[in-house]
Write a protein that binds this ligand. Sequence first.
Ligand SMILES: Cc1cc2nc3c(=O)[nH]c(=O)nc-3n(C[C@H](O)[C@H](O)[C@H](O)COP(=O)(O)O)c2cc1C
Length: 387
Amino acid sequence: MNPDPTTSPSFWQQIPQPMIGLAPMDGVTDSAFRHIVALHGKPDLTFTEFTNVHDICSGRLKALDSLCYSEIQRPVIAQIYGKDPALFYQAAHVVCELGFDGLDINMGCPSKNVASSGSGAGLIRTPTLALELMTMAQKGIQDWAAGQTLAQAGLKTKALEAIAQLHHNHAVPRIRKPIPLSVKTRIGYDRNMIDDWSACLIQGKPAVISIHGRTLSQMYKGQSDWETIARAASLIQPHRILVLGNGDIRNLGEAATRIRESGVNGVLIGRGSLGNPWVFRGISHLRESLGIGTSYWESSHSPSLEETFKIMVEHASLFEQIHGSERFVRMRKHLGWYCSGFPHAAAMRAQLVRTHSTQDVENLITQYHTHNQQTQVTGLPTAIAAS
Ligand SMILES: Cc1cc2nc3c(=O)[nH]c(=O)nc-3n(C[C@H](O)[C@H](O)[C@H](O)COP(=O)(O)O)c2cc1C
């Protein structure tokens, strides 16, 4: 008999607390970015972008791109969304089969096409359905761990073929053991309803609940409400469920303050990592400083311009390898995010967001250096700055 995923200890219990993780971001935390963050920042845990359960179960290979990962990203948690319980049962099998460390259900996405159809943060309005999704995902995990195949779970040939193709990217787990379920959500739909919503989620017995301190209606406006996150932590933690707070943390100094003030078990950083994969550097130092009760004095982890450019090229090249040159357009925003805080950053950004390949990026960097050297010698404005 396999252990019950709702009660058995998992990787979550092995991560030292407070933990700092990379938040899921659709169109951002793809496999290439997660790899770069793991290499240069090393967060305690990493979430994939969310993937639609329908795409997983119908084998839409392009959408399954988000479920590629590399070993250094571990512990890596696959986030899924949707509203059909039967698909959550099947999708849980797929996530287990692909060797993820955890499965997370998105109950926080506010975007119109997700939430208005009743998925993502739309589930805050339908707590019974939210619970059913959790139950079916847990059941899928259990049945997979007990030996049930994907075909037996009802997945069709096209999905099986797509998943087999994904297996080329990473090892298939040899031991079938249940993985923990978690939920990422917001504090309410159109108003703060953390008490009722926490009580509902607790019934689903997830290992972890991550809370972004805004309502759905707020989208990304205003500020993340950390008092409500603290309240949620006090309601949820007595049920042996970990709570991760989220919202507006830009560096480890802010993370330390939020952790100390709210009593959460850790935090997730999202937008603070854009063009800033090294934001996670120094987590163990942060833990030590919190442990001895001193305030965290953030040491400077900003890399030099040379290092930034090097990481940029490494990121672009990895993106091409994993996601293909034809999708390089998706890499452009990352290149833009790397450009701040150095001379002529805005002009460099304007050119980088028009690149088509790593080679283009390398050429621009060479050009940048050439023009900058000329400026230093002549004192004249650079072509790059003028363009
Ligand atoms: C571009 C973008 C995409 C996002 N996609 C997801 C997602 O796929 N799943 C999810 O749970 N949250 C998603 N979020 C929300 C973030 O995980 C996080 O909750 C939010 O950005 C607040 O944290 P931050 O202030 O640290 O960015 C997304 C946010 C952004 C900005």
